[in-house]
Design a protein around this ligand. Structure first.
Ligand SMILES: Nc1ncnc2c1ncn2[C@@H]1O[C@H](COP(=O)(O)OP(=O)(O)OP(=O)(O)O)[C@@H](O)[C@H]1O
Length: 316
């Protein structure tokens, strides 16, 4: 079932065409990375999805409800985390979340229970009494996520959630995203930093100048299929003669030297086979032939390279 259906939407600000005929679908439980350079139209699209703005043309449906006809229902289903945090100088973390809990219509014990649950999940419980303006960037992001989670939404739309986080905070954030995905939430996450999203998302949607330029699974972008080949990097103990003998009997497989005493195999991909099954069979054969393999990896393409390739040049 599709949770998000965006059909041919347009949004212009004067002469600027921020979103220019964009269409995509997001299935229930998917974690989708929304990628584009600065100004590509990500925030504008997301604001329309969460009912904060309306398209000039085209339709957006969330859980089969049109954003223009059912904004209130949709707001209950969606948790929105904007890319900026307004200043709340006189509130501590607990007061801030309590305020939003009230705004979401949570009452009495239910509100308290939900606040406790959310703050424990995001590790904000230890910071409950900290003033909002005395939080680090990572803590502020976790506070924003806490707010988005208060209504226990099915769909989470997160605008640049990892921007400006240090590596530790980024790992913490990634773990939270994974936990939410494990709970069956649908996540739609924007970034202009690909590697950030590649680790969190199973699907990637690329936009440029308000238009979709590519949509696919992260794996399909990440793994090379050079002219229908699978690429494997392997390292084996001892003499390489066993490996060479094994290769000699398989003219379809190409062997080339890799870095750091490794080898790279270029194996024709059999379209009827799952790549995983084919690679597992290959490893079994190598071991049976007495090649002492101690490292065997499918070679990944850097997502940045895939992005540049898709755009046909360097992203602006
Ligand atoms: N309210 C507005 N008024 C005028 N122009 C706007 C407005 N909002 C967005 N734009 C313009 O629309 C284009 C798309 O902006 P948008 O914020 O959607 O991009 P983005 O992909 O989210 O970029 P970033 O990664 O920098 O946040 C930009 O050229 C921006 O300047």
């Amino acid at each position: 079932m599709n949770v998000i259906e965006v059909d041919n939407i347009y949004r212009a600000f004067g002469k600027i065409r921020a979103v220019n005929g964009l269409s995509f679908r997001v299935g229930a439980g998917q974690v989708v990375g929304f990628i584009g350079a600065n100004g590509a139209g990500k925030t504008t699209t997301m604001r329309m999805m969460v009912t904060l703005d309306v398209p000039d043309a085209g339709t957006i449906e969330i859980c089969n409800m049109n954003v223009i006809d059912h904004p209130r229902d949709i707001r209950r289903l969606i948790g929105w985390m904007p890319d900026h945090f307004g200043a709340y100088p006189n509130m501590d973390v607990w007061e801030y979340l309590d305020f939003y809990g009230r705004a979401f219509g949570l009452h009495g014990r239910e509100r308290q229970r939900r606040l406790d649950e959310v703050m424990a999940f995001t590790d904000m419980d230890v910071l409950a009494e900290r003033p909002c303006n005395a939080l680090s960037k990572g803590q502020t992001q976790r506070l924003c996520l806490s707010r988005a989670l208060l209504s226990d939404p099915q769909v989470l739309v997160l605008d640049e959630p990892a921007a400006g986080l240090d590596p530790k905070a980024r790992i913490e954030f990634k773990n939270l995203v994974k936990l939410l995905a494990d709970r069956g939430k649908t996540l739609f996450i924007s970034s202009h930093i690909l590697s950030e999203l590649g680790e969190m998302c199973d699907h990637l949607l690329f936009i440029d100048n308000g238009r979709q330029v590519h949509q696919g699974t992260s794996d399909s972008l990440r793994f090379h299929k050079e002219d229908g080949h699978l690429r494997v990097r392997l390292r084996a103990r001892g003499e390489s003669s066993r490996l060479e003998q094994w290769i000699a009997a398989r003219p379809e497989i190409k062997l080339r030297p890799g870095d750091n005493r490794s080898h790279e195999l270029l194996v024709p991909h059999r379209p009827d086979d799952q790549p995983e099954a084919q690679l597992a069979g290959l490893l079994r054969e190598l071991l049976a032939a007495g090649v002492e393999v101690y490292e065997f990896n499918r070679v990944e393409r850097r997502l940045e390279d895939a992005f540049v390739e898709i755009l046909g040049g360097v992203p602006s």
